[in-house]
Design a binder for this molecule. Structure first.
Ligand code: F3S
Length: 754
């Protein structure tokens, strides 16, 4: 029965695999012999090897086969360039690319979009042509924000999606596991490697009662963030359950899952329910809804008696609207306490800007509820006191509210409708109303409010709340305002209270898809050229890395002996370097510029072993490479902690590095190095780190017989004095050893496909 149902309306070659997932689950259930949570069923249903996989929550590493991959425009560039270097004719897993992050909000939707297309033409052309060539769906600029497009078109109950963006979990609102990953993981799955993740723990959030009045789904996650803090969900999936689960719209559940990223959760998910059926029907996917209902018992529901690692309970009957911030999303304040809290903390009460929309909160329901408040205020002769902006999550939502009148309501109120893109949420905001450094308050319905995130001004106090509350704030212009208890003055000076918001979950006349911004890959892709200008500053094709020469390495110089904490930010800085994310040569100029040289305590100043000259780390590395010399890095504890940034491993490989030898590695960075064909090795005796002098030369011995669990030898040749040996361990399994031999995981994968 599965094979008849496509995953979506846009592809004819991708099918739902419930049957296979149920079979996998049977195997796992026999082995574990215990009831499973909803999230566990989805995870284990996607196991690469249900028979052999070790399964222990919080301990084992699961190898999974996701149904899809999604990338946004900023992270897609290097992911696709890497995929191209593997020489494969097309992606092995259905994938899409979404242009949303590179569009700056300046004056309003259409003009901003035209400007962004012009500025980023090269990157968009590259992504568009690569998608056509390698069989990926391409959502061009103006189509909307990745997570809304996924929810509207690709998400379905029971699926497993990985996406190169932290708010990928948004699709948990449609009953699927949607997980944010780094680009290297996306490339693996595109290239048919299984995806590896530490088996998450499962936190159950029990929802009782029913919300009413000014409270909205956003308040659940704002409240939860206050309970768990930004780290409380780390290594865990948040699974919602309880009678309250049945009381939201699908898009409301999406909002809650979206912001699970703010508490560090691997992902968040709601079990399959009736609102999901309604949403699937409203978005033209009734066949999926029907199929899902058939599998509700076997697959798409938690087992009776399943156990969570932790349970948190939230009573919806008493839940108040919340406002979180400033500067962190877990500083939660209920609306009844906001005035006194803001005054006590000296937060500016005057609200300069209210921003609604974004991937978190721009559903039809959100926008109709916001519009209902505005209409009420307008009937009393009021307009926005603060600047008010609307970022529609997708072209479909924009076109639907344009047709149904809410867009006009926003504009009449004084609102500025931005492009269907991330805009101010990711700092793509040319804010003009204040000067940098001015202390001020803004309130948004977005998800993150870290210092400087929205406007680059560290003095901006950014708060996150529901679109309803942001709208009420924009009318009142004051952070101390509580719409539940406080009155406003109408145009004639008479006092009145705002009516409670009212909205509808789904558009009664159906969705209007608006402009067609989707580009399907053509059937015949043989003649397509991927456009990368050789003179480009922002993009550069990747050449496959050279395979290992089959010999032990001798007399290698030490590029740098790094002292202390060396995070991925020290290894490959962000900030101004972000624009080179698609250009390995240019971004390699930031390699290790933040790391401290143990020799002189300085950053980005190392001695060339052969010339004695002091220069920057990337320059020196390139000099060694150009002279045909491989090199090594010596590192301290937990080397490469931080993000999953694959550039931190690509750069040393590009610059001719051979091995990174440390006291210990952060796991993801260690795997990334292996994937790029570099050797991550550990001192068996950590004290050997101290014995090494940056002036020494080293041999790496035992490589010709490299095997899982077998130690290697580092022979150290001091400038003056006797050579000595240090024992090195590694964590390679036999498959990973092949990556090293072939020069990279992608080389190995490409060879296997030939
Ligand atoms: Fe974009 Fe902000 Fe969402 S950057 S993907 S709108 S979190």
């Amino acid at each position: 029965r599965d094979s008849a149902v496509n995953q979506n309306l846009l592809e004819d070659h991708t099918f739902i695999q419930y049957k296979q997932q149920v079979e996998n689950l049977k195997v796992v259930k026999e082995r574990l012999n215990r009831p499973l949570t909803y999230a566990e069923k989805l995870l284990y249903g996607h196991l690469d090897d249900p028979h052999g996989q070790d399964i222990q929550r919080g301990v084992s590493y699961l190898k999974l086969r996701p149904d899809r991959v999604a990338c946004q425009d900023a992270t897609a560039q290097m992911a696709i360039l890497q995929f191209m270097s593997a020489g494969m004719p097309q992606v092995a897993t259905p994938s899409t690319v979404h242009c949303d992050h590179l569009i700056q909000a300046q004056i309003g939707g259409e003009k901003d979009l035209a400007r962004a297309i012009d500025l980023n033409k090269e990157v968009f052309d590259f992504l568009s042509s690569a998608c056509s060539k390698y069989n990926l769906g391409f959502w061009g600029p103006g189509s909307g924000i990745i997570h809304q497009i996924i929810l509207e078109n690709y998400a379905f109950p029971g699926a497993l999606l990985i996406g190169t963006d932290s708010h990928t979990p948004n699709a948990g609102g449609l009953g699927q596991l949607a997980i944010g990953v780094g680009g290297a993981d996306a490339v693996d799955v595109m290239a048919d490697l299984p995806w590896e993740v530490k088996a998450p723990k499962i936190i159950g959030v029990k929802l009782t009662g029913k919300m009413s009045g000014w409270t909205s789904p956003k308040d659940i996650i704002l409240k939860l963030a206050g309970i768990t803090t930004v780290k409380g969900g780390t290594g865990s999936i948040i699974e919602y359950f309880g009678e309250g689960v049945e009381t939201f719209s699908c898009t409301g559940m999406g909002t809650i899952c979206n912001m699970g990223a703010e508490i560090g959760a691997t992902t968040s998910v709601f079990p399959f329910n009736n609102s999901m059926v309604d949403y699937l029907n409203a978005t033209g996917r009734s066949k999926i809804a029907e199929l899902a209902q058939l599998y509700k018992k076997d697959y798409l529901s938690a087992d009776q008696g399943c156990e969570y690692d932790q349970i948190i309970e939230i009573d919806l009957n008493t839940l108040e609207p919340h406002v979180n911030g400033p500067f962190t999303p877990d500083l939660a304040t209920p609306i009844s306490k906001m005035k006194e809290t803001a005054e006590a903390n000296g937060w500016p009460l005057d609200i300069k800007v209210g921003l609604i929309g974004s991937c978190t909160n721009s559903s039809y329901e959100d926008l109709t509820r916001a519009a209902s408040i505005i209409k009420d205020a307008a009937s009393h002769g009021l307009k926005a006191k603060s600047i008010f902006t609307i970022s529609p999550g997708s072209e479909q939502v924009r076109a639907t509210i344009a047709r149904d009148g809410q867009l006009q309501t926003f504009q009449d109120f004084g609102g500025v409708v931005m492009a269907n893109a991330c805009g101010p949420c990711i700092g793509q905001w040319d804010r003009q109303d204040i000067n940098k450094g001015d202390k001020n308050t803004i309130v948004s319905s977005f998800n993150r409010n870290f210092t400087s995130r929205n406007d680059g001004n560290p003095a901006t106090h950014a708060f996150v709340s529901s679109p309803e509350m942001v709208t009420a704030y924009a009318i009142a212009g004051n952070l101390g305002f509580n719409p539940i208890t406080d009155t406003l003055k109408d145009a004639d000076g008479n006092e009145f209270k705002l009516k409670e918001p009212y909205g509808v979950g789904l558009p009664p006349k159906g969705y209007d898809r608006g402009q067609d911004t989707y580009q399907a890959p053509p059937k015949d892709r043989s003649s397509i050229d991927v456009i990368v200008s050789p003179t480009s500053e922002r993009l550069q094709k990747l050449e496959p890395f050279t395979p290992w020469d089959g010999k032990d390495a001798e007399r290698l110089p030490i590029l740098i002996k790094a002292a202390g904490k060396t995070t991925t930010d020290h290894i490959s800085m962000a900030g101004p370097w972000l624009k080179y994310r698609g250009h390995l040569e240019n971004i390699s100029n930031n390699y290790m510029i933040g790391a401290v040289n143990a020799e002189n305590g300085e950053a980005n100043k190392v001695k060339n072993h052969y010339t004695g000259e002091y220069k920057g780390v990337p320059e020196t590395a390139a000099e060694y490479r150009d002279a045909g010399k491989k090199w090594v890095v010596i590192g301290d504890e937990n080397f490469g902690e931080g993000s999953s940034r694959e550039h931190a491993a690509l750069e040393p490989r590009f610059l001719g590095g051979f091995a990174i030898i440390t006291k210990s590695f952060a796991r993801i960075h260690e795997t990334n190095l292996k994937k790029q064909g570099l050797l991550p090795l550990n001192f068996v005796n950590p004290a050997d780190y101290d014995k090494i002098n940056p002036d020494d030369e080293v041999d790496l011995l035992g490589l010709t017989a490299i095997a899982p669990g077998k130690h290697l030898t580092l022979r150290v040749h001091p400038k003056d004095g006797e050579a000595w040996d240090a024992e090195l361990s590694h964590t390679y399994n036999s498959e990973q050893i092949e990556w090293f031999k072939y020069g990279s995981a992608l080389n190995k994968m490409a060879a296997a496909k030939k």
